[in-house]
Design a binder for this molecule. Sequence first.
Ligand SMILES: Cc1cc2nc3c(=O)[nH]c(=O)nc-3n(C[C@H](O)[C@H](O)[C@H](O)COP(=O)(O)O)c2cc1C
Length: 230
Amino acid sequence: MRIAWAFTGAGHLLLESVVELEKLSLEHKVTVFLSRAGEEVLKMYGLFNRVKKVTGGYYRELALEREQEYSYPITGRLSMGRYKLLIVSPTTSNTVAKIVHGIADNLITNAVAQAGKGKVKTLIIPVDLEEGDVDTVLPSKLELEKCENCQPCKAAAACPQDAIIPGTEINLLKCSGCGTCELTCPFQAISGGKIITIYMRYLDVENTRKLTHLNGVSVLENPNDIEKHI
Ligand SMILES: Cc1cc2nc3c(=O)[nH]c(=O)nc-3n(C[C@H](O)[C@H](O)[C@H](O)COP(=O)(O)O)c2cc1C
């Protein structure tokens, strides 16, 4: 079966999404679409290479929004019904808001619009499901209260991406999530995978509810639920 899988720029449910993508790719031809933020965030969490690894070949392409022009011709495959299924997981509140308002101005929202036109079933796994507190995981973070501001900074010297600004922060746009810094800092001043609690806004949850009224779209709570729909 041909499946299109779109990643948007959410850290929440990201690892779970990559694990499901890996499973599906064993049995199906999966084309992966990444929004610009999706690509950045996958790198920050050290998951980009895992996604890249399952791609390669016809209908197994890795389609990067940053490499596309403004008309997103690859999404024409969806309007022509060339895929059995489109999965968007994880889906940011930004992308959900655009979808429910019919906006199709980037690779992922365009893919959803074209899937609707090609009657391709779409599964959306939004990160904002219910109002209230939700635990989510952060990428690598410099914990300043533990940082001894060593001169020179061993973690900065070891970072292959030159992403660490000693005594200040990690430049996440350079970080590839490899974790070398965590292993190198003698003061354990870099955390990886720290859990924080964030609040889901009413507006975003309301937009998710509106998604459930769209024709051809099913909203799932977790990437683990995808297999039941295939
Ligand atoms: C580390 C990191 C994690 C993020 N996690 C989320 C998230 O869980 N949910 C969300 O809605 N936005 C999250 N964002 C913000 C989105 O990436 C941002 O709104 C982006 O513009 C979304 O673009 P897209 O919907 O086109 O992918 C995160 C950003 C960063 C840097």
